[in-house]
Ligand binder design. Structure first.
Ligand SMILES: [Zn+2]
Length: 422
């Protein structure tokens, strides 16, 4: 009889795992696992799943489903670190050779061209496996796959493409077939499920009309669009000024907008790059809720880019989980707003607007405001070093986006925290 296995989508339920650019690890894990399970069954493999929906499984419940019942387990994960680490990792238990893990890693690297970070095992101080998935699954050959770092831009973007995503899934399916000794056949195109991922923040379909190296050219196009009653906004990305006419959560809405704009004689382009939305989405207009500014006791809106303090009295995230004490009473940047709630950038969590107060140190900066670039500012929002000669100078804010402002005189985006309003 051939070997019996189980696919384990990492995390789930109240445990989202890592987060990168608005995607939660648990969602990618479930998506890749459901696909691999379906494909392996079609190919005649005897495989099960530890979870087939978004449910919580703690280490005990999870490993109880595995230990003593299977020959192998594939535990699917994505890594996250500091936005700079990247690449594929597989981790195998200390009592087996690295062979299966190495084959999977090589295969993934082969299809993705992402860097191979390492194939390894890890012992704890007691001399047993460091990872509970190895330690608590007995004789099962459990391979943990870290498909890439979901908080690394290039790694993340590779998986954001559905074709790539399922290519990676398929490469593991093929290695499993080799491992258990059944014949592998490639998938039919209809095998790729259309699974919509819940988005925790700004992954959007943006409708773009043009991208320019020079601001004047971008503004000229904006003017033409505005004259044709089309609402526009400008973002600076990778050294270009991009004129966009909408950002949507749903592709159909973006396509409909593209059609409307094209009917007025403009060329459009839909870009699916994820990231921080420059503005509220058009199909879900942001409605900032009123809060009280501590300094003035005058109520005003919380907007993207604002600095807020999470109150000590805050109890639960907008999503229901308990807020740990360690994240309270700290200052955060508002990334997005929706009615009654704000998304805090540093912890990528929605909280109730009633649970935050505006940081008196940083009232919102709007375009047209005059600001000073702080002398302790270190880098532009785009990463380059700010020369000393530009610090301490006064500038006019041309545009704002979450946590960043565009300074007119030097046409550079800087972090809002690095400027002081005059
Ligand atoms: Zn994980």
């Amino acid at each position: 009889m051939s070997k019996k296995g189980i696919i384990d989508p990492g995390h789930g339920g109240t445990d989202p795992g890592a987060t990168g650019f608005g995607i939660r690890e648990k969602d990618w894990c479930l998506r890749i696992s459901l696909y691999q399970h379906k494909r392996l069954r079609e190919l005649g493999a005897d495989v099960d799943l530890t979870r087939d929906k978004d449910v919580t499984l703690d280490s005990v419940a999870r490993t109880n489903k595995i230990r003593g019942k299977y020959d192998f387990c594939i535990s699917n994960h994505w890594n996250a670190f500091n936005g700079k680490a990247r690449g594929v990792e597989t981790i195998y238990p200390i009592r087996v050779t690295d062979r299966f893990a190495r084959n999977i890693a090589n295969s993934l690297v082969n299809v993705s061209k992402l860097p191979l970070r390492r194939v390894f095992n890890r012992r704890n101080s007691a001399g047993t496996d460091w990872y509970f998935m190895h330690r608590l699954t007995g004789n099962v050959e459990t391979i943990i796959i870290e498909y890439a770092f979901m908080d690394h831009r290039a790694d993340h973007d590779w998986y954001l493409n559905d074709q790539n995503f399922y290519k990676a899934a398929e490469s593991v399916v093929e290695e499993i077939c080799k491992y258990i000794g059944i014949q592998y056949r490639g998938p039919k195109s209809s095998d790729q499920p259309k699974v919509d991922l819940p988005i925790v923040s700004g992954t959007l379909f943006r409708v773009q009309v043009g991208a320019f190296g020079k601001l004047e050219n971008a503004e000229r196009l904006q003017e033409r669009l505005e004259a044709a009653d089309i609402d526009t906004y400008l973002i600076q990305d990778q050294g270009l000024f991009k004129v966009q006419v909408g950002a949507y959560r749903k592709k159909e809405n973006a396509e409909a907008q593209a059609k409307r704009v094209e009917a007025k004689g403009f060329d459009t382009f839909i870009t699916t790059a994820s990231g921080t939305p420059a503005h509220g989405t058009k199909d879900e207009p942001t409605q900032p809720a009123a809060v009280v500014t501590p300094s003035t006791s005058v109520s005003r809106s919380v907007n993207a880019g604002d600095k807020v303090i999470l109150n000590n009295s805050a109890n639960r995230y907008a999503t229901g989980q308990t807020i740990p004490a360690s994240v309270k009473n700290r200052t955060y940047t508002v990334m997005q707003t929706r009615p009654g709630q704000v998304l805090l950038q540093e912890i990528m969590s929605w909280v109730h607007v009633a649970d935050v107060r505006l940081s008196s140190a940083a009232s919102a900066i709007e375009s047209g405001d005059r600001v000073t670039l702080n002398s302790n500012a270190s880098r532009y929002a785009t990463g380059e070093k700010i020369p000393a000669s530009r610090k301490g100078q006064r500038y006019t804010v041309l545009q704002t986006r979450s946590g960043q402002v565009l300074l007119r005189e030097i046409l550079s985006w800087v972090h809002t925290r690095d400027v002081t309003k005059l």
